[in-house]
Design a binder for this molecule. Structure first.
Ligand code: ADP
Length: 251
């Protein structure tokens, strides 16, 4: 059951690369429907954490679970996607020659063959879901345009839409507004706020203005440093935390 409680639970995770500890006793709990921002200086371990959650990197120690009883460390990368964890990398990877609608159609088919997916008839429910996602990602007017003609920000939204076609329980987003205009950043915050509740979201982000838009002065953020949690609390609280200020200023 995934109704309430903890969606993602990492406990005392350690990852070493040639003796260097990229993660060093990292623990994190994200609730079902929660939107959690993760901040921290370069090298803090944010990417490694995402890699552990998605099965790309195996920790040396610790536990990682999803929902009530799924042990992530026993699953392969493909199985982790199948249990409902979607990850968006920084660089968008959409099919530039295909239309926005066709990109979503392909994503609906998951890993089925491209050609088969494009020639399959969509059910009414599938058409409706694509329409719903097009609206969420602000691309309804662009549905018939080749994805290659979209702006950078629109491509990012399309890729998020592609993830949404699989209706993931947990979305992992790595610097989703990098390279976006202020207006695109604001619309992305609106999008994420509309996903919160139905999905859990973990957002790694450097843009503090965006973090502020997402947390609205009332959501917890997590600060990573040297492979573990340095501080957790409201953005205003962690920004006033002396240790956090020190690691950001490199003192
Ligand atoms: P962040 O995403 O917060 O910038 P990373 O998770 O990318 O941090 O990296 C954490 C630390 O681990 C860094 O010091 C980085 O150089 C090191 N690291 C990451 N991946 C590897 C790897 N495959 N081999 C060796 N060191 C790595």
């Amino acid at each position: 059951d995934f109704g309430t409680g903890v969606a993602l639970y990492l406990d005392d995770i350690t990852v070493s690369f040639d003796g260097f500890r990229a993660l060093n006793g990292l623990s994190l709990a994200v609730d079902v429907g929660e939107l959690r921002c993760i901040i921290g200086p370069n090298g803090a371990g944010k990417t490694t954490m995402m890699d552990v959650i998605t099965g790309k990197t195996r920790p040396d120690a610790g536990t990682a679970s999803f929902g009530q009883n799924i042990d992530l460390l026993r699953l392969r990368e493909s199985e982790i996607a199948a249990v409902g964890i979607g990850r968006k990398f920084q660089k968008p990877t959409v099919y530039e020659q295909l239309t926005v609608f066709e990109n979503l159609e392909l994503a609906l088919a998951g890993d089925r063959r491209v050609r088969a997916a494009l020639f399959a008839r969509l059910s009414d429910a599938q058409q409706a879901r694509i329409g719903e996602v097009l609206q969420l990602i602000h691309l309804l007017p662009q549905a018939a345009r080749p994805a290659g003609l979209l702006s950078h920000g629109q491509k990012q939204w399309l890729e998020i839409g592609m993830l949404l076609m699989q209706d993931p329980k947990l979305l992992l987003l790595d610097e989703p507004v990098a390279g976006m205009t202020d207006e695109e950043t604001e619309r992305t915050a609106e999008l994420f706020l509309s996903l919160e509740g139905r999905h859990s979201l973990v957002v790694v982000e450097h843009d503090m203005k965006f973090v502020d838009q997402l947390t609205q002065g009332r959501k917890k953020v997590t600060v990573l440093h040297e492979g573990s949690v340095l501080a957790e609390g409201l953005l205003s609280e962690v920004q006033a935390n002396e240790r956090v200020v020190e690691v950001y200023l490199g003192r």
